[in-house]
Design a protein around this ligand. Structure first.
Ligand code: HEC
Length: 160
């Protein structure tokens, strides 16, 4: 909405060339924020596949379960530091409603690295056995869910 208004004003006042620059400059960290949110969607999608099997909403499929668990593990091991520049938190000017990342991620004593590692450890256990049967998936779901929640609770604001 904000963007649409800005672009309209720019069209009237300044012409087409400026619009492009304006849109690109509007939020310095737009690309990083989109990338990290998309990264989170990769998590959600793959965890959703496992969750549906665990809940009995989808038939257990060893190959799919193993692929989803390994995708999650690979994602958790990705170095995505560049997606989290300091100053791109929700309290920075212009970022409200764009990102839900709390400033505490970047504050002294932040445990973001440990939270990341906790998820990765849980995913390592899941990936090792996800292809071995539904019981194995089920018994590891809680720890993986806690890995997500363990970071969201302190570092991500609710959208509601
Ligand atoms: C190390 C911290 C951390 C871990 C671990 C983590 N997340 Fe997130 N997640 C975040 C933060 C911070 C945000 C907010 C990002 C933003 O809005 O810029 C977020 C946002 C999200 C979003 C919303 C994205 C959007 O478009 O607004 C989803 C969905 C999500 N995470 C899913 C997951 C799932 C599923 C897992 C576990 C497999 C997980 N996350 C693990 C920190 C984490």
């Amino acid at each position: 909405m904000k963007k649409a208004v800005l672009v309209t004003l720019a069209t009237v006042a300044l012409g087409a060339t400026t619009i492009v620059t304006l849109a690109a400059d509007e939020l310095a960290y737009q690309d990083q924020i989109e990338a990290r949110q998309s990264f989170m969607h990769v998590y959600r999608f793959n965890l959703g596949l496992l969750g549906a099997m665990a809940k009995g909403e989808a038939p257990y499929d060893a190959e799919l379960a193993s692929a989803a668990a390994n995708n999650l593990l690979a994602a958790s091991r990705m170095n995505n530091r560049a997606m989290w520049p300091a100053g791109s938190d929700m309290s920075a000017a212009g970022y409200e409603g764009v990102t839900w990342a709390k400033a505490d991620i970047w504050s002294a004593g932040s445990e973001i690295g440990a939270k990341s590692k906790a998820l990765s450890d849980a995913l390592e256990a899941m990936a090792a056995v996800a292809g071995d049967g539904l019981a194995a998936v089920r018994s590891n779901m809680g720890a993986v869910g806690d890995g997500c929640k363990g970071c969201h609770e302190p570092y991500r604001a609710s959208k509601d």
